[in-house]
Every structure is written in structure tokens, then in C-alpha cells.
Design a protein around this ligand. Sequence first.
Ligand code: GDP
Ligand code: MG
Length: 390
Amino acid sequence: SKTAYVRTKPHLNIGTMGHVDHGKTTLTAAITKVLAERGTGTFVPFDRIDRAPEEAARGITINIAHVEYETDTRHYAHVDMPGHADYVKNMVTGAAQLDGAILVVSALDGIMPQTAEHVLLARQVGVDHIVVALNKADGTDDEELIDLVELEVRDLLTAQGYPGDSVPVVRVSGLRALEGDPRWTASIEALLDAVDTYVPMPERYLDAPFLLSVENVLTITGRGTVVTGAVERGTVRVGDRVEVLGAGVETVVTGVETFGKPMEEAQAGDNVALLLRGVPRDAVRRGHVVAAPGSVVPRRRFTAQVYVLSAREGGRTTPVATGYRPQFYIRTADVVGDVDLGSAGVARPGETVEMCVELGREVPLEPGLGFAIREGGRTVGAGTIHSVGS
Ligand code: GDP
Ligand code: MG
């Protein structure tokens, strides 16, 4: 039988983000290698991270790789994604529930469009702590060039509301560390120390009623239907009764696992798989919510404060008006909704506006919940729910 997961250190969710080819996957592999050598992780080679399984449901496919490792003080689940679209979908839906992020910027190329968009998304979804890895630092002896890139990254972070002057910026080489070069291995250790010390342990709402938004659904032959996702709040154990909102079923959790290891109790912040008794595979989908029975009520209407992305940020070039009907990404759900802009009537790119939204179907909603607005495959807005209607 499988070894059980033993919770000995606080658990945090982090991830690499940044422009394509700046070295996110190489750095992820390098981190696992350095920690495997320290004896607190398992080396995950580049190819295994880059060939992440696709999570497909209702037309949205997200490629996402999860690796786990430990530093001296913490247990981390780390996500890495191959494509920009995967980041957008995953971050805006909050599926990754990142407690902190490693922003990977090539010291040779500097900030690029996706660097800026990921920082914006991180801000919008409430990732409050970013550590910068200035990667590919092995590629130049020109310290002044790297200084300039560092300055540019700090300015970008400041412009997006992060403390750009005090954010840790570590010069690393994922590639050289992966090759075993001692100098660059030390740079990865310095980066991990920065993550350990700079990213605080987030408040976990352990006493709140259990809630998990479904990221993926699988079938385990002979055992039943499994849903995966990050526990947003509360705790869950084998034997607990839960409700699957969206599927309209109530059932019992018959198994709880994290990274393939059974666990006694999953708690807020954990990435888990839950085995659900007697639930047909087809009944549950990405975007459904598994929660303590009666603890949340699905709704269709809400008011929200929304930032309409400017064209420069990859958003629209033209205003939106009442009657606009984009997709809303709320937790892991992707739902169409009708926008009412009230007396203002229109919202221009770059503006922050108040809007009323009526969704095409009910989902659990609550004040403070963040969401993204997408249209034709790109993010055009990001918002926070103010109040919830019927
Ligand atoms: P991603 O798209 O951000 O995940 O980038 P990858 O990890 O796939 O790396 C893109 C390219 O940059 C690959 O050819 C890597 O070998 C190279 N690369 C990654 N990290 C480094 C580094 O630290 N130094 C150098 N010189 N090249 C690197
Ligand atoms: Mg990659």
C-alpha cells in the first residue's frame, strides 16, 4: 500500500510565471534537482515537467505540471505551465491558488509582454508576494546589463502595486544548476531561501466550511470518480458528507490523497484528489464546487468592480457596453454572462467600472471573490465581486 502523507511542515503553493522561453521549466527542474541533492525532494527532469498532462473539460484545456518538494522549513507544491494561455486560464480562475510566485525573467532579454501580463494577473488574483529569478545570468558577464534588467523588473512590479524596491531579485541560472555547476547551484539555494523568507505563510481558513473548486475529474477503475483541486477553505476527511454544486448531488468522501499519497485530513491550501462515493463520471465537471452541505448557495447575479484591460495589456481596443456577453472565469468555472453597465452604459479599455452581471447558470458566488473576463481566447478584464443577488 502507499505511504501516507505526513504533515510535518507548513504547506504552500507556489509557481513559476514569466515570458515563454525565459526558463521557467528549466528552473523548476533545477529546483527539484538541488533539493533532491539535499535529500528533501525528488528530481523531476525537464521533459517530465514540460509534458504536463492536459486537463481538459468543457472545451478549456490547461496544461499544468505539479511538482512537490521541501525546503528545511516548508513543503511546497509548485506549478509550471508550458504556454501563456495556460497561465491566463489557470491564474484567472484561481485554480493554482498561488500563495506566492517566482517571476522568471531572462537577464539577457529583460521584461517581455507575457512578463507584464503575468504580473498583472498575479495582482488581480491576489498573489501578494513575488520573488524574481533573473535567469540565464550565466549568459553574460555584463553586470551592468543585468542591473538594468533588474531595475526594469522592479519598476514593472512597482507600477503594478508591488513593493518593487524590496522584492527579492536573485540572479540565477537554471540551466547551469541543472548541469551541476556549484556556483549556480548556490544561486538556486539563494532563490529558495528568498522564497522561504519572503513569502509568508498565508492565513488558512481551517475553521470555515469545506470548499474545493473542481479542476479536473478522473475515473479510477474499480474505485469510482475522483475530483482534483486545491482546498480553498476548511478541512475534509474520509467519511465526510459533501455536496457537489453544479452536479446537484450529495455524497460521501471515500478517499483523500495528495501527490498520490493518502492523507487523513486535507486542509485549506492543500492540492488534493477526493474520491466520491457513487458519483458517475459524467455528473461532475471542472468548475463544479465540492463543499460542506448547505454551506454555499449558487447564484446567477452579482455586482462587481471590474478593470477593463487596455489594448497595451492585451485587452480590447474598443469599449464594452451594456449587452456585452463575454465568458466569466470564476474559480475554476467558465460561464457566459450578460453585462449591465447601468447609467454609464459603456466602459473603455483601461477603465475601472462597476457592473451588474447575470450568468448563464448558477455558481457559488460571494463578495470578495475574484474573476476574469475572457473573450475570443484572451483576457479582457479582471474583477472582484461586491455583492451577490438572486
Ligand atoms: P520556459 O518556456 O520559460 O519554460 O523556458 P524553458 O525552461 O523551456 O527554457 C527555454 C530555453 O532557455 C531552453 O533552450 C533552455 O535550455 C534555455 N535556458 C533555460 N534556463 C537557462 C539558463 O539559466 N541559462 C541559459 N543560458 N539558458 C537557459
Ligand atoms: Mg516551460
